[in-house]
Design a protein around this ligand. Structure first.
Ligand SMILES: Nc1ncnc2c1ncn2[C@@H]1O[C@H](COP(=O)(O)OP(=O)(O)OP(=O)(O)O)[C@@H](O)[C@H]1O
Length: 331
């Protein structure tokens, strides 16, 4: 049975509206006007134990709302959600003891308390057995290189240090399910790598299930095998990253540097010549018709070549094209 089951999840926010000016403020006293924002319009997906899912979409697509529902912070208007068989918002107390949540934009630690003391408070809140707590904390502190900041108040930490402390805080009670909402936002390159490396290890070595939202497509490329793309509160795609790439890229490019003058015409079904310059030939091919390794092998065995490079579309561009194809830009 999947660890997470989400079926036809719906959530609409009501926002109080006020007409401008003093007149508007006065009218608002007895006549409240509301505007509705449909954040989730029927989201369904499942997640198996041990998976690492990239949950992506443009701003305002409904990613954080989904995570808040899954974490039991927000009650949905419709649909069904179960996590390990529990209904998050109905069974909140038990639920939060079994999951870890990191919101990149918010802290769950205490701003003025030293990191280590914040960790101890979480031990008490989650009622973690003292011995088990010490073992988990020491392991997390070492893995996330937090030794030097344990006695520093959270407000003094750099963003990278704080994010590593947040991830440790979310895992102190050893949950086997982790929700990460933009954990690399604003981090410099080394800090991003450290976070990615830790998340990958937690997933591969400990089997922690991870649901990750991010706008950094390098996170997706480095970590996720499967992605769900959401836009306007709906699932637009749920597929392996490679399949998404294939869906967007009708044609791939192969750049070949020949050791001598390239053959005058390069013909093969599904392959066309795009350009030639000196000894370099640019070929375009349809990945559904021609497998890249077979094409490379054929060229390399029939001609003297110096170099062959497959031109990959950067994942950022793949996703941008996908959003454009589905009219999913920010709404
Ligand atoms: N508390 C709230 N009250 C009113 N509207 C909200 C609230 N939270 C979110 N929304 C609206 O719901 C929609 C979905 O927001 P959500 O935060 O889930 O998107 P997101 O995909 O996480 O976006 P981002 O990538 O910008 O973080 C947006 O239109 C947003 O303005």
């Amino acid at each position: 049975m999947p660890q997470i089951v989400v079926e036809d999840l719906r959530k609409t926010y009501r926002i109080a509206e006020r007409a401008p000016g003093l007149g508007g403020a006065l009218r608002g006293l007895w006549q409240r006007r509301h505007r509705e924002v449909q954040a989730l319009a029927g989201v369904s997906f499942q997640l198996e134990r041990g998976e690492l899912l990239g949950f992506i979409g443009p701003n305002g697509a409904g990613k954080s709302t989904t995570i808040k529902v899954l974490a039991g912070i927000l009650q949905p208007d419709g649909g069904r959600v179960t996590v390990d068989g529990r209904e998050p918002s109905a069974d909140r107390q038990r639920h939060v003891g079994r999951i870890g949540v990191v919101f990149g934009q918010r802290t769950q630690l205490w701003w003025d308390l030293p990191v280590g003391e914040g960790f101890d408070l979480l031990r008490d809140i989650y009622r973690v057995d003292a011995r088990r707590y010490r073992a988990t904390r020491d392991e997390l502190v070492a893995a996330l290189q937090l030794e030097r900041v344990l006695d520093q108040p959270v407000r003094q930490l750099s963003l990278g240090q704080r994010m590593r402390a947040e991830i440790a805080a979310a895992l102190l009670h050893a949950p086997d399910l982790l929700f990460l909402d933009e954990p690399t936002i604003g981090l410099d390159a080394p800090s991003k790598l450290a976070v990615r490396d830790f998340v990958r290890r937690a997933n591969r070595e400990r089997g922690t299930t991870v649901l990750l939202t991010t706008h950094d497509m390098h996170d997706i490329e480095a970590l996720a095998e499967r992605v769900i793309v959401i836009g306007h509160g709906r699932v637009l795609a749920d597929s392996p990253v490679a399949a998404l790439r294939a869906q967007v890229m009708a044609e791939r490019r192969l750049l070949v540097d020949f050791a001598e003058t390239p053959p005058p015409a390069f013909t093969q079904p599904g392959v066309r010549e795009i350009a030639r310059e000196g000894r370099m030939l640019v070929l375009g091919f349809d990945p559904a018709q021609v497998a890249a390794p077979a094409l490379i092998a054929r060229i390399a065995t029939t001609h003297a070549v110096e170099d062959i490079r497959l031109e990959g579309l950067a994942i950022e561009e793949v996703i941008t094209r996908f959003y454009a194809m589905h009219g999913a830009a920010e709404g």
